[in-house]
Design a protein around this ligand. Structure first.
Ligand SMILES: C[S@@+](CC[C@H](N)C(=O)[O-])C[C@H]1O[C@@H](n2cnc3c(N)ncnc32)[C@H](O)[C@@H]1O
Length: 211
């Protein structure tokens, strides 16, 4: 990986401003997000790229959309033929946007999945990890990250995969996530970075494979 790219993020992201996620996701912010056509388009495009990385062989796979928000990814997956998608989010008001005929949403913390072992064929998480781990000095964030990754590992079937797209504030945070995963879990994996040298278009994916 080219180590020389700059993050150069000028505008502060919500997770840098708000300590508590519930303070940011008010009713107004949630409705704004959930009804934004441009956001839907962006998240669907990311989902397509994640599908390319995952290279799933069967449409009847059970896929978890972790940190689903109002379900742009889950509903898109459903529309391209994946009929067994579980959408999971921490914030109750996001779950009101789902059409229950398409996807059943679950209210839960992705750091502590409410599933038995070896049940999922894939995990997709889009634009959520930066809420969980964003400060290298915060031990409770580190613990949440370890719990999340181990929870994914436990719920995934052997040989299955997870792709986590996220927006780290800087390279140190990204590298630390890699180190924490190597130290605390049995996943193999790597980062995939699209548009490395274009901060506006850059997308960072953490690809994880269970043994
Ligand atoms: C920027 S939104 C992205 C939503 C959706 N993945 C999308 O692509 O539109 C981040 C989402 O992550 C969720 N989230 C953050 N931390 C979470 C946690 N610990 N457990 C479950 N969901 C979480 C938030 O509630 C929010 O819906």
């Amino acid at each position: 990986m080219n180590e020389d790219f700059n993050f150069n993020v000028k505008k502060k992201r919500p997770e840098e401003i708000y300590q508590n996620i519930f303070d940011y996701y008010t009713e107004q912010t949630i409705v704004q997000y959930a009804t934004s056509k441009s956001m839907k388009k962006i998240q669907e495009k990311i989902t397509l790229r994640v599908l390319e990385i995952l290279d799933l062989k069967k449409k009847n796979y059970i896929i978890l959309d972790a940190g689903s928000g109002p379900g742009f990814t889950s509903i898109f997956l459903n529309s391209v033929g994946f009929q067994k998608v579980i959408a999971l989010d921490l914030i109750p008001d996001f779950l009101k946007f789902f059409d229950l005929k398409e996807v059943n949403p679950i209210l839960a913390d992705m750091c502590s999945l409410p599933f038995r072992s070896h049940i999922l064929d894939a995990v997709i998480s889009i634009s959520a990890l930066q809420w969980i781990y964003r400060d290298i000095n915060n031990k409770s964030m580190e613990l949440n990250l370890v719990n999340m990754i181990n929870s994914f590992y436990n719920a995934l079937k052997p040989k299955s995969k997870a792709v986590i797209q996220f927006y780290p504030k800087n390279k140190t945070i990204m590298k630390n996530i890699g180190k924490i995963i190597v130290k605390n879990t049995d996943f193999n994996g790597n980062f995939i970075i699209d548009n490395l040298n274009n901060p506006k278009k850059r997308k960072i994916f953490l690809f994880l494979k269970k043994n």
